[in-house]
Design a protein around this ligand. Structure first.
Ligand SMILES: [Ca+2]
Length: 382
């Protein structure tokens, strides 16, 4: 919260000096055609479309309510759009025509969505999110939802994406990657009605770290054709695994994982350490209604600390209680959190008489957020 306050103070000063400030309480579509910052103060009924680079949108918890077409569009078919940050925005779309592409990112790079919810209601077989020809996209603390057979689709040479602490809950394919690659899922929860993650014709590697993929009636992960290496660490995969290849013979590598289904495809496409396959509830002993190892589960302390790549489990609890467990969750039995350190003792502050008048400072820090070597960085401009 303190950081967010800093952003607003700093950006307000920056905008006043150099860029456009657009405080919007739009009821119709909003097309951003100049670089700068947009701070929403109301819902948008229609589309939010960003056509230029260097744009920051503060959603402030408001929602873009698109109907019948793309509700959020970043980039255009004819020009690149780079350096876009969207924070705390809801995107809701409804369709009965099975043609709604809720969020579309095309010809874009260095794009980050943080704290956003994208929710597609209705439709059957279309896209909650679609990307094309876009690189370096980050989704942090985002939620993707659909009540139909819709999917999240990354295609047409879309590369280098990170999903961090995201929840994807859709009736179709959780994440469908075609012709792209270089994806990283960290601390994510993917629940799909069809394939959990379907990965096809992308030569760059993909990693899944400390995540849960639930596709109980189909395949939690399906790797097909010319696909690069795929590594899965400390994750729980509910459903079968499938590795089929007609080209590169790279493997699915799993470490500290639980996979409940069978393995489909040639055994040489699989490699693993400290991982259980074809496990049902019994041997794992999940706690009722969860995928957390129960008190008598053999998954407890069965992992290898060398493959711990995330500091906490999927519930936000400590990751290594004793030795790391298999799967995305750590059994917490017997864990006693350390006592917090005593707060420093502050000397008593003598009462101060209020002055007759106060000189208000006129200087304000000028700050902006820039995309620098793959991370968003707050910099001072004066
Ligand atoms: Ca443990």
């Amino acid at each position: 919260m303190r950081i967010r306050t800093l952003f607003f103070i700093g950006l307000s000063a920056y905008i006043a000096l150099i860029l456009l400030l657009c405080s919007c309480s739009a009821k119709a579509s909003l097309i951003v055609e100049e670089p700068g910052e947009v701070s929403l103060h109301g819902d948008i009924t229609g589309r939010l479309e960003i056509r230029v680079p260097d744009v920051i949108v503060y959603g402030n918890g408001y929602t873009v309510n698109g109907t019948g077409s793309t509700a959020l569009q970043i980039g255009t078919a004819s020009a690149h759009v780079d350096n876009v940050l969207i924070r705390d925005l809801g995107v809701v779309g409804s369709s009965t025509a099975n043609d709604l592409q809720l969020a579309w990112i095309i010809n874009a790079q260095n794009v980050m969505l943080e704290g956003c919810t994208i929710d597609l209601r209705g439709g059957n077989g279309y896209e909650v999110l679609q990307t094309q020809y876009s690189v370096n996209l980050t989704f942090r603390d985002c939620v993707f939802l659909s009540d139909g057979r819709n999917k999240l689709s990354l295609r047409s040479e879309s590369r280098n994406f990170t999903f961090e602490r995201c929840r994807i809950e859709v009736g179709g394919t959780g994440v469908q990657v075609t012709s792209g690659g270089g994806h990283l899922f960290k601390h994510c929860e993917i629940t799909a009605g069809e394939v959990g993650v379907y990965y096809r014709t992308g030569a760059e590697p993909c990693e899944i770290i400390n995540s849960l993929i639930v596709a109980p009636t189909t395949v939690s992960f399906f790797r097909y054709e010319h696909v690069g290496a795929f590594d899965v660490y400390n994750s729980t995969l509910i459903g079968d695994l499938a590795a089929l290849s007609t080209g590169l013979e790279s493997k699915i590598f799993l470490a500290n994982c639980i996979s409940t289904g069978k393995r489909i495809g040639k055994s040489r496409y699989y490699e693993w350490q400290n991982t259980w396959f074809e496990i049902t509830d019994g041997p794992v002993g999940f706690l009722d209604g969860t995928y957390i190892p129960g008190a008598s589960s053999a998954a407890i302390d069965a992992g290898n600390p060398a493959w711990v790549l995330w500091p906490d489990d999927l519930n936000g609890n400590p990751r290594e209680v004793g030795i790391v467990d298999l799967g995305a969750y750590e059994h917490q039995g017997g864990y006693v959190p350390p006592d917090p350190p005593d707060p420093p003792i502050e000397p008593p502050i003598p009462p101060i008489e209020p002055p007759d008048s106060i000189d208000c400072p006129t200087d304000t820090l000028d700050m902006r957020i820039i995309w620098d070597n793959g991370v968003w960085t707050l910099v001072q401009t004066t």
